[in-house]
Design a protein around this ligand. Sequence first.
Ligand code: DGY
Length: 337
Amino acid sequence: MTHSDHRPRIWVSRPLFDDILDRLREHFDVEVEDDDREWTRQEMAEKLADKAGAILGVADPVDASVLAHTPLLRAIANRGVGYNNLDLAALSAAGVVATNTPGVLDETVADFAWALMLATARRVTEAERYLRAGEWKGMSFHILLGGDVHGRTLGILGMGRIGQAIARRAAGFRMPVIYHNRSRLDGAIEQDCKARYVDRDTLLGEADFLVLTVPMTAETRHIVGAAELARMKRDAFLINIARGGVVDDAALVAALSEKRIAGAGLDVFEREPAVPPAMLALDNVVLTPHIASASLATRRAMAGMAVDNLIAALGYGPDAGRPPNAINADSSLARAG
Ligand code: DGY
């Protein structure tokens, strides 16, 4: 038997910083994919069939149909905070530990929410397209008139760490902040964020910028659809940095086409990487390819966390057996050893 026959095998489903992966190579045989691509469940099952662990992107699906073919699998480390790609109950039932990367991306994602708010209201990407197309013939007083950001009401749906980081930035823009969340935050956090709790309808009706930061779950699917868009102000902007699927994209395309809201800034889509063609044709929407957490420092920190979680979940390193960011603690490492 060669040395490598003894080492657990790891699959990394998409390219990741090679120097960070070296930390995995100290303990495991590591197979890394060279391309970013979407994986079907069948392909996931094939790739994971002989693996003890994996680092996955947040769109790589794992459910019971995959786990039925992965007898050696003991740990999955998502390299992202969201984990709607994972069926946690099925993972726990199979004794597979799952982990994510909370906390480390909050401020970077909050920066990006503001980038989308500013770009959308001030028509930044539309203006650049106009300039690059050679349409700018001279200073005009009337071109590309946008909406103001400062002083308007910021509404946040989902007030976890990222929502709070977005809210704290509003003071410099002198914007009142309202929020709605499954449960109301405690007074000290509300004070720190200068945010006022309101019910969902008030949020929809009063926000000039409605920013979505809810996780994707069965309850939040299409949490903003035709009815919610109809409650928003005609000069309001919708910003989605959460997950595709929390917004009904078809209803949003209709609202944007008919100018029932002023615009939208979207980093996520229901059927990523596909974007509805009708949306691509609209000028009152700023579209980005799921990059809210994509600063170099943050993506490196996320990769490092995922690697540390996997090493710990598989019984190595300083946290052996106690991965810092387990999301299905009840799996109790059933397959460990
Ligand atoms: C996350 O972390 O869930 C982001 O959506 C992708 O990095």
